[in-house]
Design a protein. Structure first.
Length: 98
């Protein structure tokens, strides 16, 4: 069985943290340890999350925009296997359960 992937989220901080100068945060779970790191810039938060992900592969960094939507994601280690639905599809072909 493959190891469970660690996911790190880079997201805007709450209003209280932003008032203190902390604009971005990195959150993730490394085994039993909960990671919560404050950062002043999004770039610093992304750099930190990517360092953690490289140390704890397989891992993924999910970067959120200010409005909460996912902006981009980085994957480290083995990519997950395609779902049965994706394996049966040809390139460019639409499909799915819905």
């Amino acid at each position: 069985m493959a190891a469970k992937r660690t996911v790190y989220h880079v997201a805007p901080s709450g209003e209280r943290a932003a008032a203190a100068g902390v604009k971005w945060q990195v959150e993730g779970r490394e085994g039993r340890r909960l990671l919560h790191e404050p950062h002043r810039t999004q770039k610093d938060a992304i750099d930190s999350a990517r360092r953690h992900a490289k140390e704890h592969t397989p891992a993924q960094v999910v970067v959120h925009a200010r409005d909460g939507h996912i902006r981009t994601a980085y994957t480290y280690g083995d990519a997950p296997a395609a779902s049965p639905d994706e394996r049966g599809r040809k390139a460019g072909e639409r499909g799915g359960l819905f």
